[in-house]
Design a protein around this ligand. Structure first.
Ligand code: IMP
Ligand code: MG
Length: 182
């Protein structure tokens, strides 16, 4: 029997189970710990979507690290609006810090490239990007994330922080839109 959930009349089927997500995040945490040994990175969680990933990734980092938050918004329904808004400034200065931006997903790449440009003005010592999900086929920017949880095809997904108009972020697993022809 196949599991299925619905939001706004759209059906979603299981895609990546929580156990796999947790295991992958632990690997990323270990990699970051060794890459940043001897430094104290500032983990910058991009709200709202990245908060479950950032919470787990932050606890999987085995060296001293700090956490800060920034809020952006670009999506409406299942389509990127192409307009990225900074809704809330970073809760801590990135000047002279080794910053690791933590995103839920890189889709067209507009949000992240925009954010990198903005943060660059504040003179961080280094800037890296960790994203739980990456849709290489959707990418419209010259950009490559430094840490990727899962590369996925150009399909609409929800759960583990990813939403459909504010809902489904609390699902422990990641679900994919059924028959997504994107
Ligand atoms: P980009 O600017 O097109 O790369 O979009 C990045 C943002 O769009 C992410 O931070 C998400 O909030 C949102 N997004 C992109 N793809 C999906 C998806 O499949 N499900 C839910 N949100 C998505
Ligand atoms: Mg987001």
């Amino acid at each position: 029997m196949s599991r299925r959930i619905s939001y706004d009349g759209m059906n979603f089927v299981p895609y990546i189970e929580n156990e796999r997500i947790s295991a992958r995040i632990k690997e990323l945490g270990r990699k970051i710990s060794s890459d940043y040994a001897g430094r104290r990175p500032l983990v910058l969680c991009v709200l709202n979507g990245a908060f479950p990933f950032a919470a787990d990734l932050f606890r999987a980092i085995e060296i001293d690290a700090e956490i800060a938050f920034i809020k952006l918004s670009s999506y409406q329904g299942t389509q990127s609006t192409g307009v990225v808004k900074k809704v809330m400034a970073a809760t801590q200065s990135v000047a002279n810090r080794d910053v690791i931006i933590v995103e839920d997903i890189v889709d067209t790449g507009r949000t992240i490239v925009n954010l990198i440009d903005e943060l660059g003005k504040d003179n961080p010592k280094s800037l890296a990007v960790a994203t739980l999900l990456f849709k290489p086929e959707a990418l419209q920017q010259d950009f490559k994330p430094d840490y990727v949880g899962f590369e996925i095809p150009k399909k609409f997904i929800i759960g583990f922080g990813l939403d459909l108009d504010g809902l489904a972020r609390n699902l422990p697993d990641i679900w994919v839109l059924e028959n997504d022809k994107c």
